[in-house]
Design a protein around this ligand. Structure first.
Ligand code: FES
Length: 135
């Protein structure tokens, strides 16, 4: 049996809409779970969607992270559950097909082109490059 890559999306549940006490992360998780389930086989991998208290992107509510084993990790900011669910679903589709998870900003859907706070290479790739540099 082949090794299955696990894919995860984590949403900050502590982010507040600017100037309010409203925490839209829970709404975002609900909408995203529904939209990903509705996409069905169009997304060729399962995504586990969960919440976390803070991802240190507090000036850019909401923050949303994508990660998978042996894949680059992304942190997106300024995500609004009212308008950005389609872009998140499109990126899940795209991310599932990328074997190392790496893509440039122009290739990301809609708002995610300009709202990327971080793109971190898979640790395995970073270690391989480091080892090559030493030899
Ligand atoms: S409160 Fe959401 S990233 Fe810190």
């Amino acid at each position: 049996m082949g090794q299955k890559t696990s894919h995860k999306i984590t949403v900050c549940t502590s982010c507040k809409h600017k100037g309010t006490t409203c925490k839209p992360g829970f709404e975002l998780i609900d909408k995203l779970r529904t939209a990903i389930a509705q996409a069905g086989d169009a997304i060729p991998e399962d995504f586990e969607i969960s919440g976390v208290a803070c991802m240190a992107g507090c000036d850019h509510p909401c923050t949303v992270a994508y990660y998978g084993s042996h894949k680059a990790t992304y942190l997106f900011g300024d995500i609004d559950p009212a308008s950005d669910i389609d872009d998140l679903v499109d990126f899940a589709k795209q991310y599932a097909y990328l074997h190392d998870g790496w893509c440039s900003s122009v290739d990301r859907p809609g708002k995610l082109r300009k709202s990327t706070l971080a793109r971190v290479p898979a640790s395995m790739i970073a270690m391989e490059l480091t080892e090559e540099a030493v030899h």
